[in-house]
Design a protein around this ligand. Structure first.
Ligand SMILES: NC(=O)c1ccc[n+]([C@@H]2O[C@H](COP(=O)([O-])OP(=O)(O)OC[C@H]3O[C@@H](n4cnc5c(N)ncnc54)[C@H](OP(=O)(O)O)[C@@H]3O)[C@@H](O)[C@H]2O)c1
Length: 255
């Protein structure tokens, strides 16, 4: 935290200098989460990399983060399971003083896209991981965060619907509501924002769909995970943005 003198008043500025801070990224082992982990590590930020099943990707991302000479820890847990989250965080509590940044990134698409095909069980699974997971993570990480930044990874479909399942779109719209509400409740010490990407080049989207999705962008391509990570870093490094949703969709949806 920087202290500055302006107009004779001492003003506390909550600048997050990322170097030597600690960030937790859910679903940080691959895709957008991995890109965020590596952008944080490049800036000297220590990283807690959560993953669910993919331990080989998690080990690879940990090694790559450590190549930037930061500390990296792997935490395996299901974001929708509060007991697992608590156990994992307490296993780290003797090694870290606080967590400065939380990125709620973990998410799944679900198995079906049409309304008729989605049953209660699939609805609950998608909402529990994508939305309840961010709620659980925020409550549990706040125990370790006095001042800091939270970024939720929403989606264009949370604002505009789309050719995905209603459960996925509802979860991503819910994340936007969660972002607004948390921004109000946690200010001024914790700033909360969201990023709403259009299609991104990760394994979440089947390869055969990527071509048609490309055409929906004014830029004739889908985003790279690194481009999303850069927007996340911008939000973390800024000290006057809270309660905002950054659209990243190549001009497909304007607001
Ligand atoms: N790709 C896109 O076009 C796009 C567009 C807009 C928004 N998004 C959002 O961006 C986020 C990341 O997506 P992505 O494209 O990087 O997807 P991805 O490559 O499929 O990665 C998903 C990540 O979430 C983790 N995860 C899944 N279920 C979990 C659980 N229960 N607990 C903890 N971690 C869990 C996975 O861990 P494991 O590897 O261990 O399974 C993985 O790290 C998601 O929230 C997604 O909805 C993606």
């Amino acid at each position: 935290m920087l202290k500055s003198i302006r107009n004779g008043l001492r003003e506390e500025v909550m600048r997050v200098e990322l170097k030597d801070k600690i960030a937790l990224v859910t679903g940080g082992d691959r895709g957008i989460g991995r890109a965020i982990v590596l952008e944080l590590a490049k800036r000297g930020c220590n990283v807690i990399i959560n993953y669910h099943r993919n331990s080989s990707e998690a080990e690879r991302t940990k090694r790559d983060a450590e190549s930037y000479r930061v500390r990296a820890w792997l935490l395996r847990f299901d974001v929708s399971n509060r007991q697992e989250v608590r156990r994992a965080l307490s296993s780290l509590s003797s090694k870290i003083d606080e967590i400065n940044v939380l990125i709620n990134n973990a998410g799944i698409l679900g198995d079906h896209f049409t309304l008729e095909e989605i049953d209660d069980e699939e609805w609950d699974r998608v909402i529990n991981i994508n939305l309840k997971g961010a709620f659980i993570m925020t409550q549990e990480v706040l125990k370790y965060m006095k001042r800091g930044k939270i970024v939720n990874i929403s989606s264009i479909v949370g604002r505009n619907g789309g050719t995905v399942g209603v459960h996925y779109a509802a979860s991503k719209a819910g994340l936007i509501g969660l972002t607004f509400s948390l921004a109000r409740q946690l200010a001024p010490n914790i700033l909360v924002n969201a990023v709403a990407p259009g299609p991104v080049d990760t394994s979440l989207i089947p390869e055969e769909k990527k071509k048609s999705l490309r055409k929906l962008s004014l830029l004739d391509r889908i985003a790279s995970p690194e481009e999303i990570a850069h927007a996340v870093i911008f939000l973390i490094e800024n000290d006057y943005i809270t309660g905002s949703v950054v659209n990243m969709n190549g001009g497909r949806y304007m607001l």
